[in-house]
Design a protein around this ligand. Sequence first.
Ligand code: ADP
Ligand code: ASP
Ligand code: MG
Length: 421
Amino acid sequence: MSLIVQKYGGSSVADAESIKRVARQIAATKKAGHDVVVTVSAMGDSTDDLIDLAHQVSDSPDSREMDMLLTTGERVAMSLLAMAIKDLGVDARSFTGSQAGMMTDGQHGRARIVDVTPTRVRQALDDDAVAIVAGFQGFNTDSKDITTLGRGGSDTTAVALAAVLGAEVCEIYTDVDGVFSADPRVVKKARKLDWASYEEMLELASSGAKVIYIRAVEFARRHSVTLHVRSSFTDKEGTWISAKRKAGTMEEPIIAGVAGDISEAKITVVGVPDIPGKAAEIFTRVAGAGANIDMIVQNISAQKTGLTDISFTLPTSDGPAVLAVLEAAQPEAGFDSLIFDDQIGKLSVVGAGMRTNAGVSAQLFTALSDAGINIEMISTSEIRISVVMRADVLPEAIRVVHAAFGLDASEDATVHAGTGR
Ligand code: ADP
Ligand code: ASP
Ligand code: MG
């Protein structure tokens, strides 16, 4: 009998009716003869609501307690879903992350899975029950504390279970019909992709396409888990993500998609002495603050002064910690000042076909310039080009670039539910 892992996102289980609808779909999969393991997210926007609540109680909520709080969201959803499935005459059992053997390191809020020992999940399957595992949560054996895997982490729970249980496929059910050439909430004429490679999906996810969480894609690639991203509101085929393109699908397009990200900020270190060792000094401090740097630009030194400016982007939430270490380093590092800018937006075009096609960057820059959009920073990888601009022009820039690369579909994409929050 084949095993299928299904993950339902928050918008698919937003209310009682939705939970019953999803329960019917799970029961049908079980009755069709499959073993079924389900990972479920918290209902609707309830994780965001819990975070808001925490900030009403505390200015800087304790990270251990934050994880205790947020994991309740998935616990609500999993138990309700199990009840609804049982009512349909199919046995179901829900498990918290720790009951399901999801072992992580101790980093609250962004824990990494170190081992999965799903003994009780296997037992439930042996007993002919559907196993429902709370997404996004784990357990650290050293501290004995509950952890969370980062926002969007239910995807990772599902993929990790699919990997250790040897599932045939990991289905990611969400509120759109699959992975599109751009966020359908931004580009109405976004085109559904039939297939994407792990590497394209990794680049899209890390560039802001939150339809699937980057760590889940990393996990899937490492363990060769085939993913099928699809809507829980229709039975249409969605987007397959695997190492090899399915036979019979179209020729590889040059550009798979366009992604946007407004979660980053830019720090400019002004007036850095242009001598060897200064960049090392600055970025050693930045790394010490635990921040993940994305783009870095150093301007040509003004000959008269021998000074240069260094700008870099980082997650906005890491801004305060990085500014603090740099401010402390100012006397020794000898720069003039720091500028913090959290009103930037990053646009990325991603496509494996870029490797063998010259001129993609020229086409991108021309499209932006025709729309009067100013580029502030540029970075490239083998299959991605990213540009930084003002945050308020990002949606328009995405639409313009999507059209310029001929990605607009003939029909509008459907967004079935969710608030896009
Ligand atoms: P879930 O609650 O199911 O986990 P998410 O909100 O995390 O859903 O992800 C689904 C959302 O991702 C969609 O509603 C869509 O707005 C957004 N999204 C961003 N980029 C893309 C893309 N390229 N393709 C599809 N959806 C995208
Ligand atoms: N509920 C968590 C979140 O909103 C995890 C998830 O949905 O994947 O981030
Ligand atoms: Mg998600």
